[in-house]
Design a protein around this ligand. Structure first.
Ligand SMILES: CCCCCCCCCCCCC[C@H](O)CC(=O)SCCNC(=O)CCNC(=O)[C@H](O)C(C)(C)COP(=O)(O)OP(=O)(O)OC[C@H]1O[C@@H](n2cnc3c(N)ncnc32)[C@H](O)[C@@H]1OP(=O)(O)O
Length: 261
């Protein structure tokens, strides 16, 4: 990777660390490094899940690099690697992403966490979409995802005012899966990621595909999607050797040996 994004891989888990003093802010170069890290997750069959986190204890990410912006650098929110397209393209991939929010997740930093499938947060973490106070809209996923993760009135309050949401409130809303003491975020996220990495890869991919494909549907429409046969990863799971391996391993009282086919 480059200077601002570090990656390490172990036990099927890719850990992506945003490490750019002083606030883990994201400029165009950093967004391209993040993009490359998620491309590695997508393309490496040995990798089954990613954890994305920030270096240090104060910031997960303070979002877009406002100093670079003041000097004229623009992140194309629709088509550039660092914008909504990147977040949508990669967070629609077939492998889950866990955000380990170790501190302040502001603006694009919160959008990065919102694009993940699961969030583990430090008890000191805070979340905010401050774009409206910066003359912008959180159009790299924030304005679209937040109302689908918390009640509309709560999303509206945050989007109109840029107010912060503490980790405890985020957990109360179900936005955050787990809150842990500061300093334990990475370990908690790693435990969650390893549990996912140990599950059947085709089944995990099918769950992610179904969650993403039916997010906006009511139950009846979602069920029709599931039965329509137009979800390729779900279809692949149904006819897989792994779908037979699970019951066989249980009957033989041994751990399953997933083959990913
Ligand atoms: C899957 C593939 C895709 C990969 C790419 C994913 C990209 C994600 C989306 C990209 C971005 C989309 C655009 C986004 O929607 C728009 C935004 O993010 S707007 C910016 C939002 N951020 C903020 O509003 C936070 C701004 N910061 C502050 O308000 C304050 O810093 C603070 C957080 C309240 C802390 O205040 P203080 O305690 O007083 O500390 P300082 O202010 O002195 O900050 C310390 C230090 O950090 C620098 N800094 C802080 N925030 C930023 C920032 N956003 N950009 C640049 N620098 C920042 C600050 O300047 C200080 O440094 P110093 O001046 O001391 O050198």
């Amino acid at each position: 990777m480059g200077d601002a994004v570090r990656t390490t891989a172990a036990d099927g888990v890719l850990t992506i660390t945003l490490d750019r003093p002083k606030a883990n802010a994201i400029d165009v170069a950093t967004s391209r490094e993040l993009y490359a890290a998620f491309a590695r997750l997508r393309d490496d069959d040995a990798l089954r899940v990613a954890v994305v986190t920030g270096a240090g204890e104060r910031f997960f990410s303070a979002g877009w690099d406002l100093k670079a912006a003041a000097e004229g650098e623009a992140i194309d929110a629709d088509h550039g690697p660092g914008g909504f397209a990147g977040l949508t393209e990669f967070f629609g991939l077939h492998k889950p992403v866990v955000a380990a929010v170790n501190g302040l997740a502001l603006g694009g930093g919160f959008e990065l966490a919102l694009a993940a499938d699961l969030i583990v947060a430090a008890d000191t973490a805070e979340f905010a979409l401050t774009e409206v106070t910066m003359g912008m809209v959180a159009d790299s996923g924030g304005v679209l995802r937040l109302p689908r993760r918390v009640p509309r009135a709560v999303a509206a309050d945050m989007l109109f005012t840029g107010r912060r949401m503490a980790a405890a409130e985020a957990h109360w809303h179900g936005l955050v899966a787990e809150v842990v003491p500061q300093g334990e975020t990475a370990a908690a996220a790693a435990r969650l990621a390893r549990t996912i990495a140990d599950a059947a890869p085709l089944a995990v991919a099918a769950v992610k595909e179904i969650l993403d494909a039916t997010e906006g549907d009511d139950l009846a429409a979602a069920y029709r999607r599931l039965r329509a046969g137009d979800l390729p990863r779900y279809r692949a799971m149904l006819g897989s050797a792994d779908a037979e391996e699970g019951p066989r391993a249980f009957a033989e009282k041994r751990p399953p040996r997933w083959q990913g086919r």
